[in-house]
Design a protein around this ligand. Sequence first.
Ligand SMILES: *Cc1c(COP(=O)(O)O)cnc(C)c1O
Length: 238
Amino acid sequence: MSVIADKLKKIQDDIAKACARSGRSEKSIKVVVVTKTAALEAIQEVIRHGFVDLGENRVQHLKQVANDIQTFLTENQDDPSIPDKVCWHMIGHLQRNKVKQTLQICRMVQSVDTLRLAEELNTQSHKLGIHTDILLQINCSGEAQKYGAPVGAAVHLAEQFTTMGNLRLVGLMTMAPLTMDKNRVRASFARARDIFEEIRGESFAGAKFKHLSMGMSQDFQIAIEEGATMLRIGSAIF
Ligand SMILES: *Cc1c(COP(=O)(O)O)cnc(C)c1O
């Protein structure tokens, strides 16, 4: 097996174990492969293994990689072992003047943490004639992180997002605090889960509000135990 195949196998095994520990189905977990540091050949191999959800945190790099991957898919469109298309997720802080370029590539924006950003996403989606899936990014770490809406603003922001006609609020995203302390990591994921459940119980949320994106290479097993439905994994693969 190649190094990448090996690592993908290990991650799938770890996901299976965490699911077993928490009585969850592996089918309830989606892996978004974060490509920001990866070589093109490595990304192509991941796609060959059937991973089609890809994440980037910088628009400039996103444009380049998405373009290269599109060329790869087009050149291999007759190869049944290679998927027809991939789905790009924006996972990093997004400036409003980069929204239009982002929407030309991404069907999902996970890092929506202000009303102003949501409004720009809605406006540009309307112009492009598309509907964009978004996640509300919240800051559950209790530290003064730069990005993510404060927990206390989450429900109200979520409600405002659902009034925007070209956006679909499909869940929440959060990042654990930068610490080796597993208890603090777990506590922040549990907090995100609580807010996720609270919003899900609101009448404005609806059935499409179902994704809880949390867990990266260092902490995805804890995230699964705390209810994540979407993991964002980069360095454990590349
Ligand atoms: C880089 C990044 C990831 C992936 O982190 P790894 O530790 O490489 O798995 C996940 N989410 C966001 C928002 C990132 O910027």
